[in-house]
Ligand binder design. Structure first.
Ligand SMILES: Nc1ncnc2c1ncn2[C@@H]1O[C@H](COP(=O)(O)OP(=O)(O)OP(=O)(O)O)[C@@H](O)[C@H]1O
Length: 839
């Protein structure tokens, strides 16, 4: 085995972890050491490295039509060297010529090889429903038994967030949405035991039309598609819904626009009546009533399983999502094929806004189908509680059952063996998903791999578990443990290269439609900012004003600053304050821990005029992250009576939720039968993702933490709102925000400035204060890591295959050299930890 590994590893340089591509000559002399340190027997190997091709741009017909608006950005060149913005007249084929480019500038060469790109159309529908895929989160009680102060073992019960439709900035725009900006793409085989795919995996970018707002006439269903997510079979409505009988108790709702049905298709989910510009689009209670109704029907006829029922209810609520489904780009689809069909271990990365989260949700959806009969085969985890929440998973620590994970591997293995549930998770899991890997510590990664090998009694990396990992190492790094000055990145783990078959770089930036802005952000990401970019960012210091009454969301590095800012803004508002305390239930011993990291706050104070953010997906346009303003407060009955009596015909502003109107509304709610909950809830006017304004009465929502058996471990009832004048950069990671203000003077950590600014959809919605080049810090190790990846890809393109294995072994060597016995864990959730760590 060793000999075979040695044969395969010929030429690898095991000794110099920091060398990128300049040490080919020396590498051969040191390869033996590398081979001994990292015998390939434990890693998926390939006879020849699997190399997939680079590709950019949209499908040919569209790109031809839009040739003047489709740009390929070279991410490793200063913006000034990149293609000009949309307004410029140069056509799309602005790809630098790599010929003669030096090895030290190898990053450039990746994008420069025009021949490595190919255009190919692909169009797939995204999962139809955003709120349905994940409803339960699995937490074992034992996860918390050893570390009472640990706040890491949090599993979010939230439903899987939606794959949001391409959002169209409402702000005045000088640059019209065009095709996504292509940054770079690479697929690199770093290891591979099983024989790699023999044929090249074709690449192409998603069609240009993905960048446009969904057109009503263009229904995704009408497009030929091989992969429709999620499966239509799980999304059918119960039979009983086809003849919707209105019970007396539901008569009010049926009078509401939400309940309007499609005569042509009685089973179709009713659409909001757009003719009636009522101040309510629907109420959450209406949605809940629907679910209750469905549940009762299920009980009566006993024909639907619990999941089917839930899926049906969600289907009803989110039916519009189907019509505006995101089509995965071909590079995204390529990753799905690799992980779902081929079962490969993959790390996919890419700049902010390239659809990593969207892709991960699609993968989870597909794998859930794959493991429908044996759900325990799939484990969904993330480095932080919040990130886990976003994909309906649990923290990596929680999954592993290692508490803080400070002990050495033998101790941790013993600990897990004592914990039947944790042990079972390790034994049963076939596919492990890790999101936001940039915040996973390298030592932890190695420990987990070793634990898996021992518990599963399988010598392969991670005990043979398929890994699907995503994240962008240029974003927030791991928090170093007390003793360490700097955290170790996961890619520096000794087992990183042997655990991953393919490293894939997503290239298409979807969040920012303006290629110039996307290019500026990419310069930031790499820490190589041109003077032009510095000046453009400095010009964004001007204040932003909007005519819809909503302001910008200010991003702060610490939670303390966020709370202070939100509290002072709330205090300065006139009027009464409404206090909402959550209703928590569950075993008091573990409840608080389970609920600690929940996005839903333990308590929230609101006033009329408060700026809030929705933290649950209501439907396809009111989603987690939608900004809104509190217009007033009223009880459910009042709100529904108002709807029933059709007293709203104007906009919210016309209606005005002032005292007079409110009194008037209350006059309609005297029927004691209808008044069950007299408590007043906020009416919030949201700016929906399609740019429209929608007002809903925000009542209490449920968050649950459940065991796989469905047993509820802890639950919280709370408004689905948080104050949103200010948000922490940590909480903002992963968000797409249309109006952002960032004061870079307060930023202290590498990657923070990039994360903060890259939340913005456009320059028009971004205000940047105190922009300094020095504040934009990219970690040298990260630059080096990506440099290697792209160098390797460049080498692949020039058919210098040996360099690939050299790359893989270098990586292994570097990490082995850096291995230490010191134990480090990631502090997963709290900004305070970061502050403590970084001062
Ligand atoms: N295939 C696609 N077609 C159209 N829009 C897409 C596609 N994939 C992602 N998007 C959109 O791009 C935006 C960014 O996506 P997403 O949040 O998944 O990116 P990300 O890479 O995870 O970003 P970050 O690293 O900042 O968290 C979202 O608004 C999403 O809806």
């Amino acid at each position: 085995m060793l000999g075979r590994a040695r044969d395969r590893a010929g030429g690898a340089d095991a000794s110099n972890p920091t060398t990128t591509t300049t040490s080919t000559a020396t590498s051969a002399t040191k390869s033996d050491l590398a081979k001994q340190l990292f015998p390939l027997s434990s890693s998926p190997s390939s006879q020849q490295p699997d190399i997939t091709s680079w590709a950019t741009s949209a499908n040919k017909p569209r790109s031809a039509a839009l040739s003047s608006t489709t740009h390929v950005i070279n991410p490793f060149k200063p913006r000034s060297s990149n293609p000009p913005p949309l307004s410029a007249t140069r056509p799309s084929s602005i790809i630098a010529n790599a010929a003669g480019m030096s090895r030290t500038n190898s990053l450039v060469s990746i994008c420069s090889n025009a021949g490595s790109f190919e255009d190919r159309e692909s169009s797939f529908a995204k999962p139809q429903s955003h709120g349905s895929a994940i409803s339960s989160v699995f937490v074992s009680e034992e996860d918390f038994s050893d570390d009472n102060t640990l706040e890491l073992d949090y599993e979010c019960p939230a439903s899987l967030p939606p794959l949001p439709p391409p959002s169209k900035p409402k702000l005045p725009s000088t640059a019209r949405p065009i095709a996504a900006t292509t940054i770079t793409t690479t697929t690199i085989t770093t290891t591979g035991l099983p024989p790699p795919p023999t044929s090249q995996i074709p690449w192409s970018s998603s069609p240009c039309h993905h960048m446009f707002p969904p057109e009503k006439s263009q229904k995704p269903e009408s497009k030929p598609s091989n992969h429709i997510l999620p499966p239509a079979t799980k999304r059918t409505l119960p039979k009983t819904w086809s003849q919707e009988t209105v019970q007396p108790s539901q008569s009010k709702e049926s009078a509401s626009p939400f309940q309007a049905t499609d005569d042509a298709n009685p089973s179709a989910t009713p659409l909001p009546n757009k003719k009636r510009a009522l101040p309510w689009d629907t109420t959450q209670s209406a949605v809940k009533e629907r679910r209750k109704q469905l549940k009762n029907q299920n009980k009566n006829d006993g024909q639907l399983s619990r999941d089917e029922m839930r899926a049906s209810a969600d289907d009803h609520v989110t039916q519009k999502t189907k019509a505006s489904a995101i089509s995965l780009s071909s590079e995204q689809q390529h990753v799905i094929d690799l992980v779902v069909k081929d079962g490969r271990s993959v790390f996919f990365t890419g700049p902010a806004g390239t659809g990593k989260s969207v892709l991960m949700r699609a993968i989870i959806s597909e794998l859930k189908k794959k493991w429908a009969r044996d759900p325990e085969r799939l484990s969904v985890t993330a480095s932080t509680g919040l990130a886990a929440c976003n994909i309906g998973g649990q923290t990596l620590h929680s999954f592993a059952g290692i508490g803080l994970g400070k002990e050495d591997v033998p101790t941790l293995v013993k600990k897990i063996r004592r914990n039947a549930k944790a042990k079972n998770r390790w034994l049963r899991t076939k596919t492990l998903i890790i999101d936001e890997v940039s915040m996973v510590d390298g030592d932890l990664f190695d420990k987990l791999s070793q634990i898996a090998r021992e518990i599963r009694k399988n010598g392969r990396a991670f005990g043979g578990i398929q890994l699907i990992i995503t994240g962008d190492f240029f974003q927030l790094p791991p928090v170093p443990d007390g003793g360490k000055k700097e955290a170790k990145f996961a890619f520096d783990a000794g087992t990183w290269n042997t655990s991953i078959d393919h490293t894939i770089g997503l290239t298409q930036v979807f969040r920012q439609k303006d290629p110039q802005f996307a290019g500026m952000l990419n310069e930031m990401r790499l820490g190589r900012i041109s003077n032009d970019t510095v000046q453009t960012f400095k010009d964004l210091a001007r204040p932003l004003t909007f005519d819809d009454g909503l302001g910008v969301t200010e991003l702060f590095p610490t939670r303390y600053e966020v709370e202070r800012s939100n509290e002072s803004r709330l205090r300065n508002l006139p009027g009464d304050s409404y206090h909402y305390e959550s209703l928590d239930a569950g075993d008091p011993n573990i409840r608080d821990k389970l609920l600690a990291n929940m996005m839903a706050p333990k308590s929230i104070d609101l006033k009329k005029g408060a700026q809030v953010m929705l933290i649950k997906n209501m439907d396809d346009t009111l989603v987690n992250g939608s900004l809104g303003k509190v217009m007033g407060f009223m009880s459910e009955a009042t709100f529904e009576n108002w709807a029933m009596n059709d007293h709203g015909t104007g906009s919210d502003d016309e209606m005005g939720f002032d005292g007079g109107s409110k009194k008037k509304i209350k006059a309609f709610s005297r029927d004691p039968e209808s008044v069950k909950d007299l408590r007043e809830y906020p009416v919030v006017r949201f700016t929906a993702t399609d740019g429209s304004h929608r007002s809903i009465l925000c009542i209490l929502e449920d968050w649950k933490v459940e065991l796989p058996t469905g047993e509820v471990q802890a639950s919280r009832k709370q408004l689905p709102l948080i104050l949103a004048w200010a948000l922490s950069i940590h909480k903002a990671q992963g968000q797409t925000l249309e109006r952002v203000k960032v004061d870079l003077g307060k930023v202290f950590e590498k990657g923070q400035a990039y994360v903060a600014l890259s939340r913005a959809v456009s320059k028009m919605g971004l205000q940047v204060l105190r922009f300094e080049k020095s504040k934009v810090m990219a970690h040298p190790r990260v630059i080096q890591f990506y440099d290697k990846l792209y160098s390797a890809e460049s080498a692949i393109k020039t058919k210098k295959a040996p360099i690939i294995s050299e790359f893989a072994h270098k990586g292994a060597s570097s990490t082995s050299a850096g291995r230490s016995n010191s134990m480090t864990v990631v502090d997963l959730d709290e900004e305070e930890a970061m502050v403590a760590a970084y001062g």
